[in-house]
Design a protein around this ligand. Structure first.
Ligand code: PLP
Length: 386
């Protein structure tokens, strides 16, 4: 959709600013219209019907694509719609490799579509030393990566996987779900990915008031394919949601920087607590993916998880005692949230897959917001002491 431009850090703030042709409004207007008046039978301009193209959605797509360093992006109605769209690139004989510990609903979607014969599927370990070569040997058509993974924060080496797979099979598509970090902290395309997806519901919108998604393609060919399927399947995001997400996106860097600073302090605090068993945060030196995260990420991010000593009841009473952290499914908003993956986000994986992925009954996931770190730590302290 557009060639690479300078000022990467400033693009989200400036997206669409001052481009309004009608009244020269600084903030681009919201186009809710589902259809557009044509000049005549030979009028093939961009905007005719909003499922196909919408000016508000297009500004958001361009902004996210620019941030990720892609050729173009497609805005979808949810993160799941983004994953659904990507899976439509596969044929029944194609092999998809996905991590055994990805987001529970993505895991379920892939498993159910594979069971219907849409494609072949293997869930694999993407984190071990030989993961890249083991995956390459299977000759997959697509590798789906989620790094850091949800909820254990495992780190897949995107460049190593892409390198090994493309060596033997250049047509294999490397897909990366970048929801947990955002393009401020990780650019999978620069590391060898062909497609990046987001649940924009999370950090990109950042205010927990929109459900949306985005798919960024590295090449024009891929973008055209994705755009065709998004239009044909009707997976596209609404103009109002796009407007809200664009507004949220303008402060992405500010929000994620503050939330990450808080997360580093919270991780250090939890690590020092005797009632806490293990802390999973890529910013901690003893995290198994620390070295890779240092190389491929610009920072450890604002998501972390930890296990408490005890059982499910211990986890439940800790959660109930919290005053600032709200118990909720989502993540990436300005407010801090806590989640119990085994009974919430990862329930649909089933018990066996959860056990394999390390999603135990005492595992809790934190989405750190932009509050004051002292207050977050005070809340965790009082809940641990109860
Ligand atoms: N990918 C990841 C990593 C997620 O955490 C989620 C939702 O939590 C999704 C995709 C799905 O996004 P949505 O809820 O916007 O459909």
């Amino acid at each position: 959709m557009n060639e690479k431009k300078p000022y990467r850090r400033t693009r989200a703030v400036q997206a669409g600013i001052g481009t309004d042709k009608g009244e020269r409004a600084i903030i681009p207007p919201l186009y809710l219209s589902s259809t557009y008046k044509m000049k005549g039978l030979e009028d093939f301009s961009d905007y005719q019907y909003s499922r196909t193209r919408n000016p508000t959605r297009d500004i958001l797509a361009e902004a996210i694509s620019d941030l990720e360093g892609g050729f173009g992006a497609t805005i979808t109605s949810s993160g799941m719609a983004a994953i659904t769209l990507i899976l439509h690139l596969l044929n029944p004989d194609d092999l998809l490799i996905a991590p055994y510990d990805c987001y529970g609903r993505a895991y379920r979607l892939m498993a159910e579509l594979a069971a219907k014969g849409h494609f072949k599927l293997e869930f694999m370990d993407q984190y071990s030393e030989d993961a890249a070569s083991l995956m390459a040997a299977k000759r997959p058509r697509m590798i789906f990566i989620e790094s850091p993974s949800n909820p254990i924060m495992r780190i897949a080496n995107i460049a190593a996987i892409s390198g090994a797979v493309k060596d033997t099979n250049p047509d294999c598509l490397i897909v990366c779900d970048n929801t947990f970090l955002s393009p401020i902290l990780q650019n999978p395309i620069a590391l060898g990915a062909d497609i990046v997806c987001h649940s924009t519901t999370k950090f990109l919108n950042g205010h927990s008031d929109v459900v949306g998604g985005a798919v960024v393609a590295k090449t024009e060919e891929l973008w055209k394919d994705l755009d065709f399927w998004a239009n044909s399947l009707g997976l596209i995001g609404a103009p109002f949601d796009s407007y809200m997400t664009l507004r949220g996106l303008r402060t992405l860097e500010l929000r994620i920087t503050r939330a990450q600073d808080n997360a580093i302090k919270v991780a250090d605090f939890l690590k020092s607590q005797s009632k806490v068993d293990t802390v999973f945060y890529p910013g901690l030196e003893d995290h198994e993916g620390y070295d890779t995260a240092q190389k491929q990420q610009e920072g450890p991010g604002a998501m972390l998880s930890f296990t408490l000593k005890g059982d499910k009841k211990t986890a439940a009473s800790f959660v109930n005692a919290l005053e600032i952290f709200a118990l909720a499914q989502s993540l990436g908003g300005t407010e801090s949230l806590i989640n119990h993956p085994a009974s919430m986000t990862h329930v649909s994986m089933g018990e066996e897959a959860r056990a394999k992925a390390g999603v135990t009954d005492t595992l809790l996931r934190l989405s750190i917001g932009v509050e004051h770190s002292d207050d977050l730590i005070a809340d965790l302290t009082q809940a641990l002491n109860k």
